[in-house]
Write a protein that binds this ligand. Structure first.
Ligand SMILES: [Cu+2]
Length: 159
């Protein structure tokens, strides 16, 4: 009797662990996250990545211990004038890779607490909400990379 019961217990535990693993793996994924390196006097930088949600979701906010204020920005072109500003959220349609890059949506790290050097790693906490209103937080460690080729786009002067 006893061994059978133990066996059932183990099977049930195994199933519930599987369920948890499935839940954790089946939501939003973050790919190619990186943060642009700064020079010592610079107080702002950008974080870039690709987000893919498995169901219609929204990126609500990003937080990081390296910056006093973190905003989600959108770069837009209106009548040949490039401008950018904060957005409340970014839609992440199911299964679609949404790029956060220097030319579109990007994450602004403002009020940096120190210089970001190549090789450093910056912790980012992303809050994503799905269509049912359920929030999930994603912890990301984004490597700092120097980017010399920004095609004339200098973030530090635009903020
Ligand atoms: Cu910006």
């Amino acid at each position: 009797m006893r061994p059978v019961l133990n066996h059932i217990k183990r099977a049930v535990l195994g199933l519930s662990l599987l369920g948890l693993a499935f839940q954790a793996a089946a939501q939003t994924t973050v790919d190619d996250a990186w943060v642009r390196a700064t020079v010592p006097t610079q107080t702002a930088s950008g974080a870039f990545m690709t987000l893919t949600a498995d169901s219609d979701s929204k990126l609500l906010s990003v937080a990081s211990p390296v910056a006093k204020d973190v905003q989600i920005h959108e770069m837009t072109m209106k009548n040949d004038v490039m401008s950018m500003g904060p957005v409340k959220s970014v839609d992440l349609p199911a299964g679609k890779a949404v790029a956060f890059d220097p030319n579109g949506y990007h994450v602004m790290l403002m009020g940096l607490t120190g210089q970001l050097k190549e090789g450093d790693s910056v912790p980012l906490t992303l809050t994503v909400e799905n269509a049912k209103g359920k929030k999930e937080t994603l912890e990301v460690k984004a490597p700092v990379r120097a980017l010399t080729n920004m095609q004339g786009h200098d973030h530090s002067k635009m903020h």
